[in-house]
Structures are given as structure tokens and as C-alpha cells.
Design a protein around this ligand. Structure first.
Ligand code: LLP
Length: 422
């Protein structure tokens, strides 16, 4: 459920009509709903109620400081994957003891930053990383709390570019080697083993792969404890999918995901961490765009929008399907006609939808891409020297620009021309 609904013939974010934001801020623009973010966070809290747990929001999904502050105030921890994300989480007021650090390629500088300023745990993904972290921690006179990310060799049945739990993927340590690596870790003076980490992929629409992975983690917990390790935390990653298509998709509910966690791991007495990103932010945001031209093509028509692949790359990158709806509510029973919906960037990949059945939308009209709150603004670029898309956060009947559109002066001022070019 989200808070983007038509009322009095116009699509709103909570109580704010989207045309109001389009006029004030311009388009394209991302619009987020604070009530939806809050609701989605609480749904996870309810799903894990009664279990000792921490929800570490995967901030790669949407790392705007206002979004982080809002979730942090609700009690969220953060899953970060870079020094930059760590600094964002801290700038949003999230304490180090609620931040987990994931990622296959942490640098020594990033380790130093997080260790120095406070971290709940590093999710270690390889032996070279383990030894480097040990050395960095010892240099600083500290012990780094770690979980080792195991790769359970489970097929998450999602898009190949976002599946992470198969043995051929770059992530984690093969589960078969886990005992050996934990034994190595236990011998390192700069390392304190606190748990196990697993993440099998993103946009999962079936609970069976979770069940399979968590069962393997349960068995490994018992083995590692028997080996003498203090396994008190299980980080289960994120990945629960969302219904991009409301007409034919019904991904599992967080409540049922919580039930799988209880059933497979509840008896171990571990603290449970989860790292949801998309489910919290995805349906809490839309990308608002205006039609520049309606163009007649050979056997097809095109809607050319002022949003492009640089603003929302998911369709170009993953063939992702986003619902695109007119901001003015179509009449009941309005005729739908197929149209290609594209952006102005100079490549054919800048296509959002092909032969999409749409009610009539004309030049100057507004459309909204639904489910764009996750992996939207964070993946935007300035390709074609298009300004980075701004972001707006709505709460009830008010809104704030939480990232302004940069001016072209700002954009140009980041480049410098060396004297020797003349
Ligand atoms: N934890 C780890 C270690 C991850 O790698 C990810 C996502 C998450 C948590 C959060 O997964 P979520 O709950 O959001 O599914 N850009 C792609 C998605 C990439 C996901 C990468 N890792 C997209 O637009 O679909």
C-alpha cells in the first residue's frame, strides 16, 4: 500500500497534488511519501515483533539524508556499502552501533573510517578482506566486530544482475569453506566474530529461496557454535520484492517473510538483522515527468518525456517494468492505446516502455512513474549534461525539497580546464 492516490481527478502524494510540486520545483522530480516510508518500516517491525532484531535499512536504495533521518528516528539501523554511505548515515544522525558495513570491496581507508567512528559490524566477504581488517584494527588498537558473509549457493530466481547467492556470483565465502574461514578469523587479535551474514539477491518474489538459505545458516550456526564460536547475530540481508505490476504480481508479505525467519532461525536465540531496501523505499516514491512531445512514428507513436534513462536507469539496465500513469485521472473507461514512452537521451536504450497501453496523454501533461523510490535517484547521473534530478519529501499536506536541482553553473564549475590546453 502507498499514499499516491487520485483525489478530485488528480494524483497526489499524500495530500499534496503532484501538479503543485511540478510547478514549484519543475520536472523531472522524485517525490517521496513520508507516511509510506514510515508504514513500510513498521510493517517489518511488526513482522519481526518478539524476536530480538534490528532493521538495517539498505540505504543504497535511497540515501537522501531526509529519508535516512526519518527512518533513523523510527529506530532503523543502516546497511552501508561505502565510506560515503557511512558518512551519510552518520550525518543523518544514525549512531555507529546501528550501522553494518557490507560490500565485496571495502578499502582500508573505509575500514579505518568506520572503525574509528563506530560500527556495529563488518560483513566480511573474503579472506583478503578479513586479514586487512585485522591489520587495520590492530594498528588502531581495536577489535573489529565481524560477521562473515556466506554464499549459500541458492538460486534467488530473480534478474541475473541482482542475484547474489549463487556460487558463481562474486559475493561472500562459499558456505562449504565457512568453518575454515571462521577458524582463521578466531585466531586474529584484531577480529571479534559476532555472527553470520547472508544475502541472496534482490527483488525476490518467492520465499522458497529464503527458506533454503536460512536453513543452511541455521545448520552452520550449530556447527560454528560447536567449533567454539560465539555466534549471536544473524544478518539475513534484504531482497524482498515489491509489486511493480499491481495487475499480475503479488510478492510475499513481510509478515510471511518474518514467519520463515522464525521457523528456520527462531530457536537459535540469535539477534536477527535484516537489510531491506527496496520494500521500504520503492513504493514510497514516484518520478514525476512532463511530456515534451507526442510524436508520430512509423506504425507507432512516441511520448517523449523530460525524464530520461539518466534519471531512472532501471528500465534500460534491467528491462524493468514501471507503471507509468497520467497525473490527471483518466475518465472511467477511457480508451487505452499502445505507445512507446521514451526520454530525450540520444540512445535507443532510453526507452521506458514499448507499446504500453495508455489513456491519451498530450504535450505538457504530467505522468508519474510508480515504484521509483528505490534505486531511482541514487542511480541517477548527469549523462547528456542533464542536471541531477531533484527530490521532494511529502508529509501530509506539506512538502520540502530535500535535494535541489543543481544549476548549470554548479555543474560546469566542477570541471576545470588545465592552462596547458590554452
Ligand atoms: N543487503 C545487501 C548486502 C545488498 O546487496 C542489497 C542489495 C540489499 C541488502 C538490499 O536489497 P533490497 O531489499 O533493496 O532488494 N539496483 C538494483 C538493485 C540492486 C540491489 C543490490 N543489493 C535494482 O534497481 O533493481
Amino acid at each position: 500500500m502507498d499514499h499516491f492516490l487520485y483525489r478530485d481527478g488528480v494524483l497526489r502524494a499524500e495530500d499534496v497534488p503532484l501538479p503543485e510540486i511540478a510547478s514549484a520545483v519543475g520536472t523531472p522530480v522524485y517525490v517521496y511519501s513520508a507516511a509510506t516510508l514510515t508504514r513500510h518500516f513498521r510493517v517489518f517491525e511488526e513482522a519481526l515483533a518478539g524476536l530480538d532484531h534490528l532493521i538495517c535499512y539498505a540505504m543504497k536504495a535511497n540515501s537522501n539524508l531526509a529519508v535516512l533521518r526519518l527512518l533513523g528516528r523510527l529506530g532503523a539501523g543502516m546497511d552501508v556499502v561505502s565510506g560515503g554511505e557511512y558518512l551519510r548515515a552518520r550525518a543523518a544522525g544514525v549512531p555507529g552501533e546501528r550501522i553494518v558495513f557490507s560490500g565485496v570491496g571495502k578499502t582500508r581507508d573505509e575500514m579505518r573510517l568506520a572503525l574509528g567512528q563506530g560500527i556495529r559490524q563488518f560483513n566480511v566477504e573474503s579472506e583478503p578482506e578479513l586479514f586487512a581488517l585485522d591489520a587495520v584494527a590492530r594498528e588502531m588498537g581495536l577489535r573489529a566486530p565481524i560477521a562473515i558473509r556466506v554464499n549459500p549457493d541458492v538460486d534467488a530466481k530473480t534478474h541475473a544482475k541482482i542475484a547474489t547467492g549463487k556460487s558463481e556470483n562474486k559475493f561472500g565465502i562459499p558456505i562449504a569453506r565457512a568453518r575454515a574461514v571462521y577458524a582463521e578469523a578466531a585466531a586474529l587479535a584484531g577480529i571479534a566474530v559476532v555472527g553470520i551474514d547472508v544475502h541472496i539477491g534482490s527483488q525476490l518474489v518467492d520465499l522458497a529461496p529464503y527458506e533454503a538459505a536460512f536453513a543452511k545458516v541455521a545448520a552452520l550456526t550449530a556447527e560454528l557454535r560447536a567449533d567454539g564460536h560465539d555466534i549471536r547475530r544473524l544478518d539475513l540481508g534484504g531482497g524482498l520484492g515489491i509489486p511493480y505490476r499491481r495487475d499480475n504480481q503479488a510478492p510475499p508479505l513481510p509478515f510471511d517473510y518474518g514467519a520463515v525467519i522464525r521457523r528456520t532461525l527462531g530457536h537459535l536465540g540469535c539477534e536477527i538483522e535484516i537489510e531491506p531496501g527496496r520494500l521500504i523505499a520503492g513504493n514510497a516514491g514516484v518520478l514525476l515527468s512532463r511530456v515534451i512531445w507526442r510524436k508520430r512514428g512509423e506504425g507507432r507513436d512516441f511520448l517523449i518525456l523530460d525524464a530520461a534513462m539518466n534519471d531512472l536507469v532501471r528500465p534500460a539496465m534491467y528491462d524493468a517494468w514501471h507503471d507509468i500513469v497520467p497525473v490527471s485521472e483518466p475518465e472511467a473507461g477511457a480508451e487505452l492505446a499502445p505507445i512507446d514512452i521514451v526520454g530525450p537521451v540520444c540512445e535507443t536504450g532510453d526507452t521506458f516502455a514499448t507499446a504500453r497501453p495508455m489513456p491519451f496523454v498530450g504535450e505538457g501533461d504530467l505522468v508519474a512513474f510508480r515504484s521509483a523510490g528505490a534505486y531511482g535517484a541514487v542511480m541517477a547521473s548527469e549523462y547528456n549534461t542533464r542536471a541531477l534530478v531533484p527530490e521532494v519529501l511529502v508529509s501530509g499536506d506539506h512538502y520540502a525539497v530535500v535535494r535541489a536541482r543543481p544549476s548549470f553553473d554548479e555543474i560546469l564549475s566542477r570541471d576545470t580546464i588545465p592552462d596547458w590546453i590554452g
